[in-house]
Structures are given as structure tokens and as C-alpha cells.
Design a protein. Structure first.
Length: 379
């Protein structure tokens, strides 16, 4: 019986969100919070697919024959290469299945999009199976939950195809490229026109510089030695709506927004130069970290000017400054998460005091490290 586990990290965008959609450089890191998937191929006698997504309270069994009849009755399913046509077909199928809310609907759409697409592209022999997927990441709050979800599923189905072909190995770089591509196509279901930075970080891990359509570069594989506080505003928001807000501002004030995006691009490049100086097993230079703090404050100010901050995010940033630290939103903004960069000499008492203050203000605080591994098969 085929059985395996997949893990993919979440992410924070350290610099450059929104600007990345206009071809500018962004800097992002994986975080030590993960989406985890358990795959089990079931006996042929069961003839069902079991989907267990506890995070959205979704537990469903679907007859294999129903899936075969809907997607594969016509042997010619070349329409999968037409995104709109294929996605409409997936939406039609999910509409037949019982779901209770939008998160369940989107989860099912992402699942079947990836399952059917990868089954066709990788020549998977469809057999009964169970997928249980859960995550340590809060949903829809800027930490890459949907990207991590999509990467986990894409990796799962690619690995299953390897098993069927009797290829027993972990993921090589060429596999990661395929996983990232599959996951990015799926992310369009959640976010409309994603930049690809989320799925890239969740796939490759570490810390990367990203420029849409141009490159993904690992900056410094030893950046994980830096810790941050992730602060959840507990304010929900729509990534798609916030992206549309920036696009509308650019349409209305093109010269101003272009200048802001260029400045954010320069901030990202300055940050990359600083991060590249960090050495493994060597103490981080306090002055370098303080320069990063200055850049964090600048980037946050520019994003606030573009109206994608939020009063809760502004309070978190102000509180961080009260402790001589720097914070900014991460992701789309409008709520979601902020991160607070901790200095190498930040005392545990300071971290505890700041965390208590933010918690008393109604926020949720998590201490984590940056730059761990990307998607992988785990024991």
C-alpha cells in the first residue's frame, strides 16, 4: 500500500509586496509553520476518494466512478490546457458536491483542479485514496496558507505519479520547478492573478529574491538564524480586493504610484545587499540589522501611503517602535499579519513583554524563525 507524508512551509514577504505585481523585486522567506499532508492509497475494493481538511471542517467521500464519468468519460480532455474552460469544468463538478461555505468551496476547487490536471499531465492511474491535509498556518492572513496548501497537493500528486512509475526518491530541483508551476496555476483560483512569490517560497524554502517572470534567486541559505514575531491582527481581508485597489490607484495616479513602486524596488535591493553579508555560524552584525529595521519602516510607510495598511497594523508597528524594533505588514495588508524583526541581542524579557502587550490588545503572537526548507517528503 502506498503511503507517504508531505510538508510545505508558509512564508512571509519581508520586502516588496504589491510592487512585485508590477515587475519589481520582492524578498520573501519561508517560516517554521507548515501545511502537512498524509496520503494513503486505499484498497481497490473501496472505490472512493476521501478528502479530510480539518482546518475548514471538510470531510467528504466521493465515488471514484463519479469523478471518472465527469472528467474522463470523453477520452479527449485537452481542454485542461485552457485555464478558463478547465476551471469552469472544475467549478461545475464542485457545485454538485455538498459544501457549507466559501473556504470549503475554494479548497475543493483547488483540490480537483490539481488532482485532475496532474493526473492527466503525469499519466496517473487513478485509484482510490485518502488525503488528509491540515495546517499550522492561519487562513487568509498573509502567511501563504493557500500557497502552502497548493504546493502540498501538487507535491503529493507528483510524488504519487513517481511511485506508480517506480521512481523512489525525494524531490530534485527539476521536480520543484514542476511543483511550483502546478501550484501557481492553482493559486489563480484563490487570488486571481498571483505573482508566484508565495508558491515559490513554499516550494523552494530558504530566503529568495523574486521578480515576476524573470527570476527566483536564493539570497542566503543561512538566514534562518533570524527570528521574528508574527502578529495576527485577526482582521480578515481579500487579497484580490487589495490588489485591485493598488491597480486602481496606479490607473488614477500613474506617475505617483510608479515612483512609489520604484522606491519599494530599491528598498528590496538594499535589503538583499545587507542579507547577503550574513555569514553562517557568525554573529549577526547589529548595525546591519538596524539598517534592515530602517528599510522595514520605509517599506511600511510606502504601503500605508498606497492605502493597504490597516489601523490594527499601524498599532502593531507603533508598539514595535516603542520597544526599539521595526514591524511591517506582510502579504496583501488590509489586516492579516505583520512581522516584527527581532535583533540578535533582543532579550527574552523584551520579547515576552512585547508579546503580552500585543496579546492584551487582541492580537495573536507567534515566535518563529525564517528560512527553513521548502516542500519535502517527511517521515
Amino acid at each position: 500500500m502506498i503511503q507517504f507524508k508531505v510538508s510545505a512551509p508558509g512564508k512571509v514577504i519581508l520586502f516588496g509586496e504589491h510592487a512585485v505585481l508590477f515587475g519589481k523585486t520582492a524578498v520573501a522567506a519561508s517560516i517554521d509553520l507548515h501545511t502537512k499532508l498524509d496520503f494513503t492509497q486505499l484498497p481497490d475494493t473501496e472505490q472512493i476518494i476521501k478528502i479530510c481538511f480539518p482546518k475548514v471542517n471538510l470531510f467528504i467521500s466521493i465515488p471514484l466512478q463519479q469523478i471518472q464519468n465527469f472528467f474522463f468519460a470523453n477520452k479527449d480532455i485537452e481542454f485542461i490546457e485552457n485555464y478558463e474552460m478547465f476551471y469552469n469544468k472544475v467549478k461545475e463538478f464542485v457545485g454538485i458536491i455538498s459544501y457549507a461555505n466559501l473556504p470549503q468551496k475554494l479548497s475543493l476547487e483547488a483540490f480537483f483542479y490539481l488532482f485532475i490536471y496532474i493526473a492527466q499531465k503525469e499519466n496517473i492511474e487513478i485509484k482510490p485514496f485518502q488525503v488528509q491535509l491540515n495546517t499550522e498556518l492561519p487562513i487568509n492572513s498573509g502567511l501563504g496558507s493557500s500557497g502552502s496548501f497548493a504546493v502540498c497537493l501538487a507535491a503529493c500528486f507528483l510524488h504519487w505519479s513517481h511511485y506508480q512509475k517506480e521512481i523512489y526518491k525525494g524531490f530534485e530541483f527539476s521536480d520543484l520547478e514542476i511543483i511550483s508551476k502546478y501550484a501557481l496555476n492553482c493559486e489563480r483560483i484563490m487570488h486571481g492573478n498571483p505573482s508566484g512569490i508565495d508558491t515559490s517560497v513554499c516550494t523552494y524554502g530558504s530566503l529568495i529574491a523574486f521578480k515576476k517572470g524573470a527570476y527566483i534567486k536564493q539570497i542566503n541559505p543561512f538566514f534562518y538564524s533570524i527570528k521574528v514575531l508574527l502578529v495576527d491582527t485577526r482582521v480578515t481581508r481579500s487579497t484580490k480586493a487589495l490588489v485591485e485597489k493598488i491597480v486602481e490607484l496606479k490607473h488614477r495616479y500613474p506617475v505617483i504610484i510608479d515612483l512609489i513602486m520604484d522606491t519599494i524596488n530599491n528598498i528590496s535591493k538594499e535589503a538583499i545587499e545587507i542579507i547577503q553579508k550574513f555569514k553562517v555560524f557568525s554573529p549577526l552584525d547589529i548595525e546591519d540589522c538596524r539598517q534592515l529595521m530602517t528599510l522595514i519602516n520605509m517599506n511600511q510607510g510606502l504601503l500605508a501611503t498606497c492605502q493597504v495598511s490597516h489601523p490594527s497594523l499601524d498599532r502593531i508597528c507603533a508598539e514595535a517602535q516603542n520597544y526599539a524594533l521595526a514591524a511591517k505588514l506582510t502579504g496583501a495588508g488590509g489586516g492579516g499579519h505583520a512581522y516584527i524583526l527581532l535583533l540578535p541581542d533582543t532579550q527574552p524579557e523584551t520579547i515576552s513583554s512585547l508579546s503580552r502587550k500585543l496579546t492584551a490588545d487582541g492580537f495573536t503572537v507567534t515566535l518563529t524563525s525564517l528560512g527553513g526548507p521548502g516542500v519535502q517528503i517527511v517521515k
